[in-house]
Design a protein around this ligand. Structure first.
Ligand code: 3H9
Length: 645
């Protein structure tokens, strides 16, 4: 049974025991449905305590059911039944009560929680809105302005805050159920409060609603659910509880079936699966206590910050005192601002040992090299690391292009070597490409995945190829964008189309920001090696000194101190010899062409075994390259397009 019942002197304790997260799947709903009737009919029961087994209350509706039609009994009906029960139900919450998990507590007459409880309605992150009364009952308990933040802005309330807002009636210690039982006996001595749905709702301040609307729309960046969650809440304000519930349900069901929600669900499961690759099941990772970082430049500092954010002690090594001082200053600057107390901030930076020379790394369990992207420089680093580090220490390179096998050549114990490709800024970007060499031992690979989990990153394993998964697709994407340009589309039209699709920036704006010279130098190096690399429009711009924002112009012009791209007649003149006569393409056609190019490269990457599964490619794009989350990724898009035809 996924729902357990125990009777203790007049109190029935109902425990949802549905691992891993006590989701409210059909079996749970069915059992709760019949228990409400059974307990109402049981004269020995005076009140009911509803709780979750294990470390959490309930993680929400069962998301795996969302690809199928709704299976009765529905959650809104179940919650209405609990709310209307003859015996009062008391929710006893430890850990998380999320989505439907929080909604079911709102149907209970009381809520008690431990201080570590976390209450939230994260539905909008899944492309839906709360669908079991969250938008209607919550404002009646905590007021409209706070409810807006929980319903449409994914605010999580801790136990203490929930008490302040009136969401929880009492904070209790463990043992939770014993204390909830005491609470239940106590409340039975007093008249019961009205069910939440019967409570009055104060009038909303129109200015506050307007501000919320603007804020939520801006933050949603085109995602449908957050503004609709607010709208559902407002509908209830204007039309009352019953109409509000009917409207909420209709919007919920509509969104549940939307491509956006399908994409977000797909990523939800892909992100969790990424942490546990099947072939590493049963492989024990190596203990990592102290981590060395070689190089105090942007990448090294970002990696050190990511490690400190996960509370790992760091040794940051530079080649001289001045570079080390710069690195340490940069680290202080990227420390999580605002969120740390003075004491915590001290501890954060105090966990970094700065050192000149490699000797300080002798005791590290893992060392990550983040020096200049040059094979000879990197090899020199690993020659030193091979000499100084313990033979069992894991040694990692943060290269983004260079073949890790070449970097590791000559390294003693090559089985401990691995590529860890972080993305800049490394303390922010979620993606970690993990690049084993054929010599890398499974425990070392497992250690890399374990590290990603500790750093709250999304790990994706990549085989060895030029640019690994992400930069390889990026190159193809840019090439396709340049081909569109050559065919006569305007850079501004291409950028606009991709922004419309959900990217923060289009491909040309992005290159102007990052600098056109890096890929130019890369092509030049290939040409110098004798490879045939045809001239690109980007080459023309760089040769004319237009390297992007940093030189005042690239594909666009930029006024000093202003990052707004302006159409450039100078760029047009330089590029003219390569471009076909101007033509107007529909934004959809532009998006289709560029997505198809990304997906085609993804297919090649899969065919070559560089990525194991399509979801890995989508995770790389979403977490490393700004692919809009609500679109799932290029492979997800391609599979949907294939299903349509
Ligand atoms: C909702 O409630 C809609 C309602 O408004 C209306 C309905 C009518 N369902 O994250 P973890 C799986 S929408 C099914 O690694 P943690 C997960 O895939 C829902 N499965 O654990 C993984 O499986 P596997 C609103 C779920 O301890 C395993 O559980 N709720 C669900 O780090 C462990 O997950 C949310 O959006 C689910 N709801 O974190 C909350 N949740 O082992 C979503 C998880 O096979 N969940 N799984 O890889 C979470 O945020 C976290 O899972 C949680 C636990 C904090 C609960």
């Amino acid at each position: 049974m996924t729902v357990k019942l125990e009777r203790r002197n007049g109190i029935a304790v109902v425990t949802i025991d549905n691992p891993p997260v006590n989701a409210l799947g059909r079996a749970v709903r069915e059992q709760l449905w019949s228990l409400v009737g059974e307990l109402d009919d049981d004269a020995s029961v005076r009140a009911v305590v509803l709780t979750g087994a294990g470390k959490l209350f309930v993680g929400g509706a069962d998301i795996t059911e969302f690809d199928r039609p709704v299976e009765p009994p529905g959650l809104p009906e179940l919650i209405a039944r609990i709310e209307a029960a003859a015996k009062p139900w008391v929710a006893a919450i430890r850990g998380v009560a999320l989505g439907g998990g929080l909604e079911i507590t709102l149907g209970c007459r009381f809520r008690v929680a431990t201080a570590d409880a976390r209450l939230a309605l994260p539905e909008t992150t899944l492309g839906i809105i709360p669908g079991a009364g969250g938008t209607q009952r919550l404002p009646r308990l905590i007021g409209i302005d706070h409810a807006i933040q929980v319903v449409a802005e994914n605010l999580t309330l801790g136990g203490a805050r929930a008490i302040e807002l009136g969401l929880v009636d009492r904070l209790v210690d463990e043992p939770l159920v014993d204390n909830a039982e005491v609470f239940a006996h106590e409340v039975l001595t007093r008249p019961l409060p009205a069910p939440v749905s019967h409570r009055p709702l104060a009038k909303a301040d129109p200015v506050l609603l307007q501000e919320a609307e603007t804020r939520i729309r801006r933050a949603a960046r085109g995602a449908a659910a957050p503004p609709l969650a607010l709208a559902a809440l407002r509908f209830g304000l204007d039309h009352g509880f019953a109409a509000g519930m009917a409207n909420e349900r209709a919007v919920f069901l509509d969104l549940r079936a939307s491509p956006e929600a399908a994409a977000l669900r797909y990523l939800f499961f892909a992100e969790r699966a990424a942490l546990r690759p099947p072939d590493l099941r049963g492989v024990t990772s190596l203990p990592v206590g102290r981590v060395g970082v070689v190089g105090g430049g942007t990448m090294g500092v970002g990696i050190a910050a990511a490690l400190r954010n996960a509370d790992l002690p760091v040794v940051l090594v530079e080649r001289d005192a001045a570079s080390l001082a710069r690195g340490m200053d940069a680290l202080r600057a990227v420390r999580k601002k605002g969120r740390l107390s003075e004491q915590e901030a001290k501890g954060w930076i105090g966990g970094v040992t700065g050192a000149v020379g490699y000797e300080a790394l002798a005791d590290c369990d893992l060392v990550i090299e983040a020096v200049f992207e040059d094979l000879a420089v990197k090899r020199a680093v690993f020659a030193e690391l091979g000499r100084i580090c313990r033979p069992d220490a894991v040694l990692a390179t943060n290269t983004s292009y260079i073949d890790p096998r070449l970097i590791a050549e000559g390294l003693p114990e090559p089985g401990r070597f691995i590529g860890l490709h972080f993305f800049s800024p490394a303390q922010v970007m979620k993606l970690l490409e993990i690049v084993p060499t054929p010599a890398t031992r499974p425990e070392v690979l497992a250690t890399a995945f374990d590290l990603a989990r500790r750093l709250a990153k999304i790990p994706v394993r990549s085989g060895i190829c030029d640019g690994f998964i992400g930069n390889r697709i990026l190159r193809r994407y840019r090439a396709a964008a340049e081909q569109l340009l050559r065919d006569g589309a305007a850079a501004a039209a291409i950028d606009r189309a991709m922004r419309g699709f959900g990217f923060a920036m289009g491909p040309f704006e992005m290159q102007d920001m990052a600098g056109l010279d890096i890929s130019f130098l890369y092509r030049e190096a290939a040409r110098a090696r004798g490879e045939t690399v045809p001239e690109t429009p980007g080459d023309l711009l760089v040769r004319a000194g237009r390297k992007g924002q940093k030189t005042g112009g690239g594909w666009y012009d930029y006024a000093p101190g202003d990052r707004t791209p302006q159409p450039s007649s100078e760029a047009a003149r330089i590029l003219a010899p390569m471009l076909a006569p101007p033509q107007t393409l529909a934004p959809e056609a532009i998006v289709e062409r560029l997505l198809a190019a990304m997906a085609a490269e993804g297919q090649a990457i899969l065919a070559e075994g560089i990525a194991a599964i399509p979801t890995d490619i989508d995770l790389v794009e979403v977490h490393g390259y700004g692919f809009p989350r609500r679109r799932g990724g290029p492979m997800f898009q391609a599979s949907r397009a294939a299903n349509r035809t």
